[in-house]
Design a protein around this ligand. Structure first.
Ligand code: PLP
Ligand code: CA
Length: 286
């Protein structure tokens, strides 16, 4: 069924009510854009919390720890504990804990993932004969030498496993600009070696929700995932039985949202994040 729209509502007032018991919010493009809080985000979170809803933040950005995000949100006027933030870095470390404890790892990543792997008991190495696991990620120092190490590890020695922190092709910036993200690094390694990565963490991997549900007890049937990306946020909800809400303040523009095939479409379409507090009949239902 095509998406239909209604007139935008007024700002949420006392009568605004919540429709779910748990709200998962994507961060960049949903709560803030870069360093700027998006309109209505702080008021929405505070209204939901006042109504005893559980509010969690879920980001595919592998370059920051949950504490970094809690600090950023708190600075922006949304007081947040690190326990309420889940990132692809958290998902990656959880997988290593379960499937490759104590591994010798070659992380192609920024420093926070290296630190988290070391804290988890991993050894960091760039010796292809010793590496058990190559972890591809967003890495602004990715270069030919790192590609060579990955090649020697995966193609020449052919013993190590290969995983990736998140599936994002690029990280969007305001004004239509952006930066290549983890999928670009994965593509380079796969092109050279012919080896596909066996797991990609973060949204939309259903295992990411299992990690969050195990810690919070959330029920997907009464949870909404709110985000700006069809391929990660909406796909995550669709893969796990959550309601999805696509917000138009980030990567996806209205024209793209309106021509999304039904099999990838969100449950709800929001012009801005606090449209979530619309009475259900006034939301844009798919
Ligand atoms: N990866 C990187 C490197 C990023 O900087 C971002 C956005 O900040 C993302 C992924 C996507 O994060 P989110 O899931 O919060 O939109
Ligand atoms: Ca986003």
């Amino acid at each position: 069924m095509p998406l239909t729209s209604t007139t935008r509502r007024e700002a949420p007032g006392r009568a605004a009510r919540r429709h779910f018991d748990t709200y998962l919010f994507d961060l960049d493009g949903t709560i803030y854009l870069g360093t700027d809080l998006l309109p209505g985000a702080a008021e929405l979170v505070s209204t939901l919390r006042a109504q005893s809803a559980r509010v969690l933040f879920v980001s595919n950005n592998p370059t920051r720890s949950p504490q970094d995000y809690a600090d950023k949100l708190t600075r922006l006027g949304i007081p947040t504990s690190h326990e309420d933030v889940y990132t692809s870095l958290v998902a990656t470390v959880a997988w290593v804990r379960a499937h490759a404890p104590g591994a010798t790892v070659f992380p192609i990543s920024e420093q926070p993932l290296v630190d988290a792997l070391v804290a988890e008991g991993c050894t960091i190495s760039d010796d292809p004969e010793k590496i058990d696991l190559v972890v591809a990620s967003y890495d602004r120092s990715f270069d030919y030498r790192k590609l060579q190490v990955a090649f020697d590890t995966l193609f020449v020695h052919g013993r190590a496993r290969f995983v990736a922190t998140n599936p994002d092709r690029f990280c969007p910036f305001p004004g239509g600009r952006g930066e290549p993200d983890c999928a670009s690094v994965v593509a380079a390694i796969t092109a050279a070696t012919g080896v596909a990565c066996e797991a990609v963490f973060g949204k939309p991997d259903p295992a990411f929700l299992e990690i969050i549900a195990a810690e919070t007890g959330l029920d997907p049937a009464t949870t909404v995932m709110v985000g700006d990306r069809l391929s990660t946020d909406v796909a995550f909800a669709r893969a796990t039985g959550m309601t999805s809400a696509l917000v138009l303040t980030g990567e996806t523009d209205r024209a793209t949202a309106l021509r999304t095939p039904a099999a990838q479409a969100p449950t709800l379409l929001l012009e801005r994040v606090d449209d979530l507090l619309q009475p259900a009949g006034h939301l844009w239902d798919v």
